[in-house]
Design a protein around this ligand. Structure first.
Ligand SMILES: CC(C)(COP(=O)(O)OP(=O)(O)OC[C@H]1O[C@@H](n2cnc3c(N)ncnc32)[C@H](O)[C@@H]1OP(=O)(O)O)[C@@H](O)C(=O)NCCC(=O)NCCS
Length: 183
């Protein structure tokens, strides 16, 4: 795949929200599986305790926002032990005319790198298994961790940012109420 030149990945600013919502809306508009609530999810997460401003990234071409990724806080609840911190990747959006040019890949790699720097060791995602497996995500069934969504298990995936960090961890991922409201 040939990467598009001139793409800059940077942390999102508060003033980017309209541009982000536009990309999110356009990216999911024709997705058959989508219920078109992704923009509401972003608005809810941005205003929630789960929001981490350094993990909302935009892809910019000149001054236009053409992609966005958001990683927000979740917890993995463990029986008879303290919950452990993790992240949920959602949503990931690339403007349709700029898709398949490596922008999603750059957003994911940058987000993973920042997440690692900030001390997180895992990321969950609900999405296309063929796509996310390219980035090391594995079905949650490979781990003893359940994602609380009523969808086929292969779409529930987890990445260990630090290999083996989820060894011997058994529990259920607990998401922001934003996900219940818009899923
Ligand atoms: C999914 C999405 C974010 C991918 O972004 P992108 O910038 O087009 O992806 P990239 O160009 O970085 O693609 C990386 C690789 O994944 C492949 N790919 C891209 N979209 C794919 C898809 N929907 N399913 C499977 N593979 C896909 C590319 O062909 C490329 O493969 P290669 O490395 O073998 O060449 C983008 O298509 C999008 O916004 N889709 C609509 C919203 C959506 O579905 N978001 C994800 C929700 S889980």
């Amino acid at each position: 795949m040939k990467y598009l030149e001139g793409i800059r990945i940077r942390k999102a600013l508060t003033s980017d929200l309209p541009g982000i919502l536009s990309v999110v809306k356009n990216a999911f508009e024709h997705m058959l599986y989508s219920d078109q609530t992704e923009t509401e999810l972003v608005k809810c997460l941005v205003n929630s305790d789960s929001y981490i401003s350094s993990l909302s990234l935009v892809a910019e071409l000149d001054t236009k926002i053409v992609g966005h990724i958001l990683l927000s806080k979740i917890q993995i609840e463990i029986v008879k032990s303290e919950p452990i911190a993790s992240l949920a990747l959602a949503p990931l959006s690339v403007e349709p005319m700029y898709q398949k040019k490596g922008i999603g890949t750059q957003l994911i790699h940058n987000a993973h790198s920042i997440a690692l720097d900030e001390g997180y060791h895992s990321v969950t995602v609900v999405g296309n298994d063929q796509y996310y497996s390219k980035f090391g995500y594995r079905p949650s069934t490979d781990f003893n961790i359940r994602l609380p969504f009523d969808i086929p298990e292969k779409y529930c995936m987890i990445l260990e940012l630090i290999p083996h960090s989820l060894d011997n961890i058994s529990g259920v991922a607990s998401y922001s109420s934003c996900f219940q409201a818009f899923s």
